[in-house]
Ligand binder design. Structure first.
Ligand code: GAL
Length: 681
């Protein structure tokens, strides 16, 4: 598959960001469709998203396709000037399909075949299921692939089994075995790379291997087998998306854009695997669902770091990203489903805007009156016409974007002082899986550790990309690889070359412990990075509650409990932080050294709330001679298309760093809680 066409074709830069909503024509009386599309238009929406659960309406009986209703809905939406995102309906196979072929139903970890009555219950590894998927996707492509009213396509829906991954059906087992055979060639190589000498786990043939399933194991699983099964699952999901993409491309070519809606932060599916298949990367986020975010208002505001990290990752994959689902208000599926703070929906929309999102779509336009998602807010309430608070906030942002379009300078280069702070975080799903498979401290939180470094950079006022190893590091003055546990000689050589050429590299605890299979090195701890960081890692410690450790860095004291490396700096390496207690009090917790024209800094501890990370990352930027901010966590300032955008997700009013000659387009220098300011300077 060729790389898709560039985004400007589909997302003209002058449009900045467009808003839309999910709508289910199949679920509402037809005589309300025109009214609903007109109401979307009136709210300022520019597109509508349809079809992802409509298979039973599109193919009511096998081989009998009915597009007449969808044609009428498309015509009415287009008549209002709304662009259409059309979806493949493959998360919801009709009952006739699963009744005829029960083997397409997935099997969960307890060995239960899933049944009709919900969604995402089929196995996309089944050749039979794929045949049916191919038929409906061909039909949709044939009918709408040339239709200019269709702006783009979404494949499936949040491709996942909602926590029941992987699927243990026979088709999955067979594809896993075939994937292993292809990877290893012969069983001896697999036995070697899975360390199967351990506990006599040797296999004789590939067809003896099963996907690791914890309830089936008396004792601990094999971590190398587990890692491979996670890689296989993610690649299989990516393959399924590619399979659908290839069919649609036959009809739509590059005229329409294709994406899927990944769940942000979801560990099992790796969006980077499809970065070359899609014109835009899109994702779903529900910042408020009763989750215990920090601070008294955290549960109403969500955590800006989560949204920003996801955006910085998705945008970096191929340059164009958007949020496909953003909650419009209260949801129904959390353990507790509080009201977002008034203004929070607008805050999230403009936070997405600040990350250069091309579009934001909300889930959903109307509050449902029946079904599993009763109590889920929409842009309009249960009467179908009265805008909810979220609806009003969408309308306000739509007006604000219209205004910003007249002031923006699409493609304006980053201002010099801001560009000087450009930073990247290196992110890798295998690394994340391997860390999570063996945490070593139950409170170790891999994603949380990444967010600490991301937040440290945002607090310093840096523009951040979250990148994968394919990317060129040299575009970034600062590069952080947090807890990058799996490395090889090539990657370490690239890190060294990056620093020697003037880059400032930051590595954190757990980096370099293992090779890509997940084996420790036969040598000193984290052998491949010892020379690079200019220190030996003597040992590491973890603390059981209620014990905590303290670290002194300059005038500040930080606490930790999940991980701490005790370092032995080589001559020429400077200690940045020391342990203040436990039997290694006085020993070194973080170091830095000059290397070529750049530097390498190593932070050996994972601090509570990321306070050590924030201090030392900021210091790296400052030592490199760039101007740095010192924002509170949750306050962000970003630049896009000639505009500065500040968003306040903290719990107090913040004074934005705005030069006196600046022209405010939205808000003012004093930014209230959940407030936003946009200015030109
Ligand atoms: C998403 C899902 C949507 C809808 C929504 C409700 O995760 O993709 O289909 O269920 O949650 O908040």
């Amino acid at each position: 598959m060729n790389a898709p066409s560039p985004a400007p074709l589909h997302f003209p830069s002058a449009d900045l960001m467009q808003l839309g909503a999910y709508y289910y024509p199949e679920a509402w009386p037809e005589n309300q469709w025109a009214r609903d599309f007109a109401a979307m238009k009136k709210l300022g929406l520019e597109f509508v998203h349809v079809g992802e659960f409509a298979w039973a309406y599109l193919e009511p009986t096998e081989g009998n396709f009915d597009f007449a209703w969808l044609d009428r809905a498309v015509a009415l939406a287009a008549a209002e000037g709304l662009k259409i995102i059309l979806c493949t309906p493959t998360p919801t196979p009709p009952i006739w399909l699963t009744e005829k072929h029960p083997a397409v139903l997935m099997i969960d970890a307890a060995g239960r075949r899933q049944v009709h009555g919900t969604r995402q219950h089929a196995t996309w590894s089944s050749p039979v299921y794929r045949e049916y998927v191919a038929k409906i996707v061909h039909e949709l492509g044939r009918r709408y692939g040339y239709d200019r009213r269709i702006w783009g396509w979404q494949l499936d829906n949040e491709l996942t089994h909602y926590g029941k991954e992987p699927d243990f059906s026979e088709p999955s087992q067979k594809k896993f075995q075939a994937w292993l055979e292809n990877k290893y060639g012969d069983i001896a190589a697999l036995n070697r790379d899975w360390g199967n000498q351990f506990w006599s786990q040797l296999y004789q043939r590939f067809d003896q291997i099963r996907l690791p399933n914890l309830p089936e194991y008396v004792a601990q699983f094999n971590p190398h087998q587990m890692l491979d099964s996670q890689r296989w699952f993610a690649e299989e999901a990516a393959d399924y998306l590619r399979f659908q993409t290839a069919i649609l491309r036959l009809y739509c070519g590059p005229r329409q854009w294709i994406t899927t809606n990944y769940i942000q932060g979801f560990p099992a599916i790796d969006p980077s695997l499809n970065a070359r298949d899609f014109e835009a990367m899109s994702w779903t986020i529900y910042p408020v669902h009763g989750n215990a975010n920090e601070g008294p208002l955290g549960f109403r505001l969500g955590r800006s770091a989560t949204l920003t990290f996801a955006a910085d990752f998705m945008r970096s994959l191929n340059g164009a990203h958007g949020i496909m689902e953003l909650q419009p208000g209260q949801v129904n599926w959390g353990e507790v489903n509080p009201q977002p703070l008034p203004g929070a929906v607008r805050l999230w929309l403009l936070r997405a805007f600040a990350t250069s999102a091309k579009f934001v779509c909300t889930y959903r336009f109307r509050q449902p009156l029946y079904g599993a998602e009763l109590y889920h807010a929409g842009l309009v309430g249960p009467d179908g016409v009265t805008p909810s608070s979220g609806g009003e906030q969408f309308a306000q942002v739509a007006r604000e974007i219209t205004q910003l379009r007249t002031f923006a300078q699409p493609g304006a280069p980053l201002p010099t002082a801001y560009a000087a702070r450009r930073a990247a975080i290196l992110y890798n799903y295998s690394v994340r899986w391997d860390l999570d498979n063996h945490k070593q401290h139950k409170a170790w939180d891999t994603y949380g550790h990444l967010l600490k470094y991301h937040s440290a950079l945002k607090r310093a006022g840096a523009p951040v990309d979250v990148i994968t190893e394919e990317k060129d590091f040299s575009a970034y003055p600062f590069l952080i690889a947090p807890a990058y546990q799996l490395v090889d000689a090539d990657l370490v050589a690239r890190w060294r070359a990056y620093a020697e050429a003037g880059g400032h590299l930051i590595l954190s605890c757990r980096t370099g412990h293992k090779d890509r299979r997940g084996f420790l090195w036969e040598g000193p701890w984290a052998a491949p990075i010892v020379d690079l960081i200019g220190a030996q890692i003597k040992f590491y410690d973890t603390l059981p509650a209620p014990n905590v450790g303290h670290i002194r860095a300059g005038d500040h004291t930080h606490t930790w409990s999940t991980w701490a490396d005790v370092l032995d700096p080589a001559p020429g390496t400077t200690a940045l932080a020391h342990y203040a207690d436990h039997y290694y009090a006085g020993e070194v917790a973080a170091v830095t050294r000059a290397l070529g024209r750049g530097s390498v800094t190593y932070l050996g501890a994972d601090s509570h709330h990321g306070t050590l990370e924030a201090q030392l990352v900021r210091d790296v930027l400052a030592r490199a001679g760039v101007s740095v901010e010192n924002f509170t966590e949750g306050f962000c300032v970003d630049f896009r298309d000639g505009l500065w955008i500040a968003t306040n997700s903290t719990e107090h009013t913040v004074t934005a760093p705005v030069p006196s000659h600046a022209q405010f387009l939205i808000g003012a220098r004093e930014i209230p809680i959940a407030g936003v300011a946009v200015w030109k300077s």
